[in-house]
Design a protein. Structure first.
Length: 230
């Protein structure tokens, strides 16, 4: 018999800043709040290694901005192969422009020109700008000197990855948000066998939520091993 997933649960929950485990980077949440309410820097550039929560922060900022009455837009620049530079045209009409993995556009002449043009239009209109990348703009590989300089304006903040204890706390917090009880041994099992990026961990919990609800089973190591083949 085929299993049926509950209707309506296939949609991803919006990423929230409240679910971000700051670790040693608690200051970044205050910087994002100040950007939203206009009391801080209008431009923020977040750099950090993989698994440091950059995507979570950008998507969470968009959620918080929307709830504050602003109109945000989120662009996953790492997916540029499926996109076209022309899609940047007109984005300056948004109150907040969040471009994730902006360094994935470095070295792509058409994208760099389009990004530089968007940057200038957005600054002229007073838009809030939020970027993420693995490295600071000066070391990200951009070939347009003016773009490299512009991305370095504003406030630059370097994120540090979570340690294992903080990731376990994140998993259990995400599970609790879905009404799930995630035993510590199951959380450690997941962390030892699954991707460690915070966004991927959030997606993993959403999947386990759907699966456990569909089958009316608690989260256990045998259940996780069976459902995820890990």
């Amino acid at each position: 018999m085929s299993r049926q997933l509950p209707l309506g649960l296939e949609l991803r929950c919006p990423t929230r800043l409240e679910d971000y485990i700051a670790g040693d980077d608690g200051q970044v949440l205050a910087l994002l709040a100040a950007q939203r309410d206009g009391s801080g820097e209008a431009q923020l550039y977040l750099s950090g290694p993989p698994h440091s929560g950059r995507s979570h922060l950008l998507m969470g900022q968009c959620t918080a901005a929307r709830e504050a009455g602003l109109m945000p837009v989120y662009l996953p620049a790492a997916e540029h192969a499926q996109l076209a530079p022309e899609m940047l045209e007109g984005l300056e009409r948004f109150d907040l422009i969040a471009i994730d993995d902006v360094d994935s556009l470095a070295g792509l002449a058409d994208w760099e020109r389009a990004l530089f043009a968007l940057y200038n239009r957005a600054r002229d209109r007073g838009c809030r700008l939020l970027f993420s990348a693995r490295a600071a703009a000066a070391r990200a590989g951009f070939i347009l000197p003016d773009l490299r300089t512009r991305l370095g304006w504003g406030l630059n903040y370097h994120l540090k990855p979570l340690d294992d204890a903080q990731r376990e706390h994140l998993l259990r917090q995400l599970a609790a948000r879905h009404g799930l009880e995630l035993p510590p041994e199951v959380a450690r099992y997941l962390l030892s066998r699954c991707p460690r990026d915070t966004g991927e961990l959030a997606a993993l919990i959403e999947r386990l939520d759907r699966e456990s609800l569909a089958e009316q089973r608690r989260l256990s190591i045998p259940f996780v091993r069976e459902r995820l083949s890990v």
